[in-house]
Ligand binder design. Sequence first.
Ligand SMILES: Nc1ncnc2c1ncn2[C@@H]1O[C@H](COP(=O)(O)OP(=O)(O)OP(=O)(O)O)[C@@H](O)[C@H]1O
Ligand SMILES: [Mg+2]
Length: 661
Amino acid sequence: MHALNAPQREAVKYLDGPLLVLAGAGSGKTRVITHKIAYLIRDCGYAPGTIAAITFTNKAAQEMQERVGRLLENRSVRGLAITTFHALGLQILRQEAARIGYKPRFSVLDAADSLHLLAEILKTTDKSLLKRIQHRISRWKNDLVAPGAAATQADSEQAVAAARAYVAYQDTLRAYQAMDFDDLIRLPVELLERDPEARGKWQDRLRYLLVDEYQDTNLGQYRLMKLLAGARAAFTAVGDDDQAIYAWRGANVENLRLLQDDFPRLKVIKLEQNYRSTLRILRAANHLIAHNTKLFEKKLWSELGLGEPIHVFAARDDEAEAENVVMRIEAHRLQHRTHYGDYAILYRGNHQARPFEEALRARRIPYQVSGGQSFFERTEIKDITAYLRLIHNSDDDPAFIRAITTPRRGVGVQTLEKLGAYAASRHLSLFAAVFEVGFEAQLTARQYEPLAAFCHFINGLEYRAAREPAGVILQDMLRGIGYETWLFDQAEPRIAETRWANVQDFVGWLARKGEEEGKTLAELVQTVALMSMLDNREEDANAVRLTTLHAAKGLEFRHVFLVGVEEGILPHRECIENGQVEEERRLMYVGITRARESLTLSHCLKRRRAREFQVCEPSRFIAELPQDDLRISGRETDPMRDKQEGSARLAQLKAMLKGSS
Ligand SMILES: Nc1ncnc2c1ncn2[C@@H]1O[C@H](COP(=O)(O)OP(=O)(O)OP(=O)(O)O)[C@@H](O)[C@H]1O
Ligand SMILES: [Mg+2]
């Protein structure tokens, strides 16, 4: 308790009813949650299994788990649920599957799989059309609109078509015994609303709820929270309306107000001291966000001293920007003897990462990308995951197709088409259809054998998955399918090597996880599919962190480089056109407030677009910062000279350090 200030302590100890902690960035909201979990368990006698804390990403959940573990020292926290809304929804659905007509071993499709499925249903390969429909369906689901009801809400021909696709899509998912990501919220809500017994059971089980980053919950998540909290309304939600950056995914800051309407007894506690950033960084953040219309009045102050001015520099083009940032990091690190892990490069969109990755690689600086293409999205990892999904649920048709064709094992396209037609006519999954006499009769022995062998192979793995150590089975599986050889047949050696190394990383990680957590492969695969959708594998602590602003939420770094601060990027062009500049300003606010000791903003004078250069303007947000706190460089100077000076300075520093050590 001594590690908390007075209002934080009050928030931790308050158990008389629903509580909202509404406060700006870095004021210790997440800290309130971790301490409150510890307080509930240690001082109030709550069994860990009766508490659920909800975070925004798996990564944040992991971090929180570690912090709570440290606060409670050796006490066991078995059963304590620190998860995301989606993982909690999944947990509920696995246990209640029967109540909604699913097998407990249903599959969870990620965005790419669901796009595939839509393509099949709509018989089109038009990617942008498919993405639009997928997005539309996702919004309906987030707003808890059932497939049948979507058509009545459709206000254009396009929307009517999407509503029709939604119905077909949902039917197909059900036939595959599969769900998509959004179903993990929508279906539990539907279930708990409809089924008082299930509702009572979960309300009994979860005696206290804690929700971090509450401002970014969407309607479905809010409803789930309300259903779980029940009449007792024992919950603590913490959030900051100025950091609401997920409107595009259906999140609604109005949920903050809704909370006050729905729970008249709601107590609100505000935190005003920021423990993260220097005064200048904080001043910049406050100045910027003052340009937005206010939902709630908040103040923030800090005792961490004035700090360095905020550096703003212009670069010749995007490559020079990357070069310059990387050089600054290297120079700063040498000068201040810091670690690479103290630095973060934040950007608006994933495509901005490439030049930075290249510049970092060129200097052999370790880095880690998050919030972009996750490790799990890589083709080779998805190949292996397809096998795991199939072992887990043999009725998962998309996984079946991927596994049986990767590597190809002598099963022809025509055979697969026959199988598809037969399975459809008999309302069976592909896997189940293989074992039907009626199907076997349609094929020659040469056609049938490889199919049957494949299914027996999967069955064998499934049997072992519940019994043997994960590592052994996985290696056997890789050998059995000849994956390594296949990789090297497919791609040039350099690429194949990387892919094979990734596969070994993945398999090794699963094996370790199995050992550490005492889980069988069968148990492990249940979580893998979900993790893949959310974030990366474990971090390299001593690496420069590259991340999108969205994925940086809740995190903090000693030194932050916020790059591409230009009109059209931040604020994003589409958002300017659609009148969403306020959301972009919040995104910038999130970026600024990640910094603890120093903040550097950069923008380009020109940027490569296709094969041409485009002239760029600095973002309007730079003009909205307190100008006295900025140190601006590079706008008038010659960028080539900058670069040479940078290199010379770096060489000088290195020589100096060599001399001193
Ligand atoms: N009472 C305190 N004493 C010392 N340090 C604190 C205190 N409260 C918070 N901190 C530290 O301040 C930093 C910010 O805290 P935290 O991440 O909980 O803030 P937050 O409000 O959740 O921020 P965000 O809005 O970015 O999610 C952390 O490093 C935390 O350890
Ligand atoms: Mg936080």
